[in-house]
Design a protein around this ligand. Structure first.
Ligand code: LRH
Length: 490
């Protein structure tokens, strides 16, 4: 019987259940369920509604069963760093707080007064983002932490609710900035600094470990398929990298969604002085690889603009309006902290342009173009930095994720970076999630075989640099960033 695989892939703005089967050596993908996600203010913090997410997953599984699939394999991936505190009775103590909550604004400064930044980077090789789990735990309510039996990362918690089995999957665990890069275990000193005991985490497991059966008897109000859950690369970015076709010799990727994660796959981590200076990260990838990358603000800015315009325009309408305006009309450091969670993104962008003496974008098209132009420039600058750190030239950029659908952005990126861009698949995260399940079930041999299947199964568009266009713009942008210290990354 043809095996059926389901990816539960949940991002900061939406979640989906994607169903796949291998047919004639190709991956056939069908979206079975999609739902909105987001955080809301509750008990003084921006929180995720985790019960709602789980309800949507069950509804999606019910649709799958009713579509005639009675037995499936399932993997779960979500965004990184956030966690659920689970009490001794096995229930969550509260809804998880979002990494965009303001509680960690000063945490890096406070914690690194005790353990230096250099030491933390030496130990973990993970970039400094003030929302890393390390800083969230540093700011955690101490009473709750004392009542906590287990700290579970979001996808592990979902797996736990579905199966009753608790694990800590390593691709996601590495984003805590608490694992030792060399030993692969929690760093005891860092745990002590945040008042956490090692036994408060479930046991570490690698991507591709079977977890257990869905407890159908506990969810009797739903009509559910017989489901075997596999712990995949539970960090969405790790799944996206598995799901990247890997076209080119020295290829880089951008997993382009709410965030743009730009980097390359390494077999040996790189946490020397240059990587430290540029705040590059060595997140753990599936099958012993490292995701050497940088977080770039990404389509979050467009998502906020869409929201600020009361959803009057779709993403593709915004891109279309943008394409009618002139690119590079203003320079913006899109990684400026002010864009992490502003009250109103449009006003924040306009204020930034005003303060830096630039033309203020006004229409929806101009605002969207300001974001796309500066994303492209930021990507191009990061590729230069990446080349410098790794000591060889990236020759091809694979853009995957929802952002790979924005042809305008792909073309601008290719031109200002002077590099061939391959765009797609847009569902790389779900595809990587499915690929790890297929490898675990021995239906696919390994990641390179999976990447060949991905190349054969999905539309991948090629963008070439437009010769002679926007000459000098990247240099001007870099100069802009370095004037008045505007180059500081978050
Ligand atoms: C992307 C992502 C990214 C993390 C951020 C918290 O969804 O997982 O890799 O840095 O969310």
């Amino acid at each position: 019987m043809t095996k059926t695989y389901v990816a539960v892939d949940i991002g900061a703005s939406s979640g989906r259940l994607m169903l796949s089967q291998l047919k004639n050596g190709k991956m056939v993908l069908t979206e079975m369920h999609r739902f909105k996600n987001g955080f809301t203010l509750k008990n003084g913090h921006d929180r995720w509604d985790i019960d709602h997410i789980i309800k949507e997953i069950l509804l999606g599984l019910q649709k799958i069963k009713r579509a005639g699939f009675s037995k499936v394999s399932l993997g779960i991936d979500t965004w990184a760093v956030d966690y659920v505190l689970v009490g001794k009775d096995g229930n969550k103590l509260d809804d998880p707080i979002s990494y965009r909550d303001k509680r960690t604004t000063n945490a890096i400064k406070e914690l690194t007064a005790k353990v230096s930044k250099g030491q933390i980077y030496q130990k973990t090789g993970i970039q400094f983002l003030d929302f890393n789990t390390l800083y969230q735990l540093f700011e955690e309510n101490k009473e709750l932490l004392a009542q906590t039996d287990k700290i579970m990362m979001i996808p592990d918690y979902i797996g736990y609710v579905l199966t009753g089995k608790a694990v800590l999957e390593t691709t996601n665990a590495s984003t805590t900035q608490m694992l030792s890069l060399r030993e692969g275990l929690f760093d005891q000193n860092l745990l002590q600094e945040v008042n956490v005991r090692p036994d408060q985490f479930p046991k570490l497991v690698d991507a591709g470990t079977p977890l257990g059966k869905l407890k159908r008897e506990e969810f009797q109000s739903y009509d559910l398929p017989d489901t075997d859950v596999i712990t995949v690369a539970t960090h969405d970015t790790a799944s996206a990298v598995v799901g990247t076709p890997g076209i080119g010799h020295h290829w880089a990727y951008i997993s382009s969604g709410t965030w743009s994660l730009l980097g390359t796959e390494l077999n040996v981590p790189e946490n020397g002085p240059d990587a430290y200076k540029e705040n590059y990260t060595n997140e753990w990838g599936a099958y012993g690889t490292y995701r050497f990358l940088k977080n770039i603000m990404g389509l979050w800015m467009v998502q906020c603009v869409k929201r600020d315009l009361n959803d009057k325009y779709s993403f593709s309408e915004l891109a279309q309006l943008a394409s009618k305006t002139k690119p590079f009309s203003q320079f913006i450091n899109i990684n400026d902290e002010r864009f992490v969670n502003p009250k109103n993104m449009i006003q924040e962008i306009q204020a930034y342009c005003q303060e830096t003496g630039q033309r203020v974008p006004k229409t929806p098209g101009e605002i969207a173009m300001a974001i796309y132009s500066n994303l492209a420039l930021f990507y191009a600058y990061e590729i230069q930095k990446l080349n410098h750190i790794i000591g060889y030239q990236i020759d091809t950029l694979n853009i995957v994720g929802g952002g790979s659908n924005v042809a305008l952005l792909n073309q601008l990126t290719s031109t200002v970076a002077g590099i061939d861009v391959y765009a797609g698949p847009s569902e790389a995260t779900a595809i990587g999630n499915l690929a790890v399940q297929m490898i675990t079930r021995s239906a696919v041999a390994n990641v390179s075989a999976a990447r060949q299947i991905i190349k054969d199964s999905f539309v991948i568009k090629h963008f070439k640099p437009e010769q002679g266009k926007y000459l000098g713009t990247l240099d001007d942008y870099i100069n802009f960033l370095h004037t008045a210290n505007r180059g500081g990354a978050i």
